[in-house]
Design a protein around this ligand. Structure first.
Ligand code: GTP
Length: 515
């Protein structure tokens, strides 16, 4: 026990000397006092009782206080000095008063250690809920083992089934107590060191994924989260969107006020954006004065509102020297068939449009929705345009009808219709959508459209997704925004316009050729 405590103390102390962090230094003091305690125990009978009893026990209770302090430092929790010093004072005074009464000393020791153990276990239990590492499990196991032995000893003492006359009694119970203390010592030390290593690894991981200037995530992390969210979309249909933000005329700020001010503005800007988003959203610096916000579980419509909130917050924030800045934003929602590059490119294109159309504005990936309709001001509508025509009369007529139906649905959704009325309208929209898909597939097959199979596969995916969304909506597991996202964005805007737009030139060519 002594050799083990000393070796661990020297090794951990050597590391803590170079890097005093995460509570390694108080842990070293704990181990040193632990070694001292057992040295004094071992010399019992050969040195005065003052040393082998009084000093030894005060040292042991102090070792525990240092361990509680070390855990507090690691978990960044303030632990009151009273909590640390009172047990030491109780043992010091109690042992001084009952030097010749071993039962009283045992009772004092047992009670104090039990309280210390409970304090420690309380902190560890809270930390266990937050921590993902394994070190904390080893540490808790070590502390718990010691607690168990103390509790069993206390019960045996109270029930009178065991009377300890001396700490050096050569009994089986005493040997088991020492053995468990030895195991506990190793588990606690190993667990603590592992915890600090896991934390250091996490810090390195974070540093590798963070932008140093703004503390935002870097490209690597953004892409990592994007891939995870795209998988979630493919599996559960959870929408995910992204916003690209570019500061306007930032070069002029650098030129007029210097790079130092420019850097500070970038930091302030990141803080402003962060204050506009949820903590599950991910803000990253894409490069220079360009940023990305990834918004998990956010549909097209939710994202539009957040983008506008960011734009307004950036415009109103005032920086050093009274400088004000603006930003242009472009956003896009991910499709289940999207690649990361395609999704990003659509947001980039929208950003480009926001710049071209005067800056300090938000642009969606397609200028499809008008904010107002003449008949119902304040309600967004899908606007049909001649550019969307495929050249086939039947398909174009169906597309227009689906657009109109989507608009009626949009009106019902924003006009306070009941859940059941909306579900009925969505069901009839989906029926029309499926009928249209069958007609479209038949025509494309007849015309030998080369990507017919891929188009059919997209239809199957959309139908599957539509059915599952409607079921979830009927079970009250889905909110209106997600349903709206599917009807308006995924089907009407993305599929009807973009995907169907891909076969339009082919159909037009054949129509002109008279087929
Ligand atoms: N201070 C500072 N400036 C940066 C940093 N990264 C990029 N920049 C500057 O950002 C400016 C970007 O300039 P441009 O790409 O011309 O864009 P802009 O002036 O913002 O104009 P628009 O984007 O067209 O509105 C350049 O002057 C870069 O030097 C940085 O980390 N710190």
């Amino acid at each position: 026990m002594i050799t083990s405590s000393l070796t661990l103390c020297l090794a951990i102390g050597w590391v803590a000397k170079r890097e005093d962090r995460d509570g390694l230094r108080p842990l070293t003091y704990c181990l040193a006092l632990h070694a001292l305690t057992y040295c004094l125990y071992a010399l019992r009978g050969r040195i005065p009782d003052l040393l082998s009893v009084w000093v030894a026990n005060v040292a042991l209770v102090s070792a525990f206080s240092f361990l509680i302090h070390a855990v507090g430092v690691f978990l960044e929790r303030r632990i009151s000095r009273w909590v640390l010093l009172t047990p030491v004072a109780v043992v010091a005074l109690g042992f001084a008063a009952f030097m010749s009464n071993i039962s009283a000393r045992m009772a004092i020791n047992g009670a104090v250690f039990l309280v210390q153990e409970l304090i420690l276990l309380g902190h560890l239990a809270r930390a266990l809920r937050e921590s993902r590492g394994r070190g904390i499990y080893l540490l808790t196991a070590g502390v718990f083992l010691f607690f168990l032995v103390l509790a069993i000893t206390a019960i045996a003492e109270l029930s009178g089934s065991e009377r300890i006359q001396s700490i050096t009694d050569p009994t089986l119970a005493q040997s088991l107590r020492f053995l468990s203390a030895f195991v506990s010592l190793n588990l606690v030390s190993l667990g603590f060191v592992l915890m600090t290593k896991e934390r250091a690894d996490e810090r390195t991981r974070q540093m590798a994924m963070k932008d140093k200037l703004t503390d935002c995530w870097n490209r690597f992390r953004i892409e990592e989260v994007a891939q995870q969210e795209m998988l979630r979309l493919a599996r559960y249909g959870t929408p995910v969107s992204l916003i690209m933000i570019d500061l306007d005329f930032f070069k002029a700020i650098n030129d007029q006020h210097g790079h130092g001010v420019g850097d500070q503005i970038l930091k302030d800007f990141a803080a402003t954006v962060q204050s506009c988003i949820r903590n599950t959203d991910v803000l990253g610096r894409w490069g220079g004065e360009e940023f990305i916000v990834l918004l998990p579980a956010s549909s097209y419509f939710v994202t539009a509102a957040i983008a506008e909130r960011i734009r307004a917050a950036v415009e109103t924030a005032e920086h050093a020297n009274g400088i004000r800045i603006t930003a242009s934003l472009g956003f896009s929602s991910c499709q289940s068939s999207d690649s990361w590059d395609a999704w990003l490119a659509r947001a980039d294109l929208a950003l480009y449009r926001a710049k071209a159309e005067g800056r300090n504005r938000v642009e969606a990936e397609m200028p499809l929705l008008s904010e107002d309709s003449p008949s119902a001001p304040g309600v967004a509508r899908l606007i049909w345009s001649r550019e969307f025509e495929t050249g086939n009369r039947m398909l174009d007529q169906q597309h227009r009808q689906l657009f109109e139906q989507a608009n009626q649905l949009l009106g019902a959704m924003t006009g306070g219709a009941s859940r059941q009325q909306i579900a009925d309208r969505v069901a009839s929209f989906l029926l029309a959508m499926e009928e249209h898909m069958l007609d479209e597939e038949a025509l494309l097959e007849k015309l030998d459209y080369p990507d017919c199979e891929e188009h059919q596969a997209q239809h199957r995916r959309l139908i599957e997704r539509a059915r599952s969304l409607l079921e979830r909506y009927a079970r009250n597991e889905l909110d209106l925004a997600e349903l709206l996202h599917f009807v308006i964005y995924e089907f009407s805007a993305q599929h009807l316009l973009i995907e169907d737009g891909k076969y339009a030139p082919f159909v037009q060519r054949l129509t002109l050729a008279g087929r």
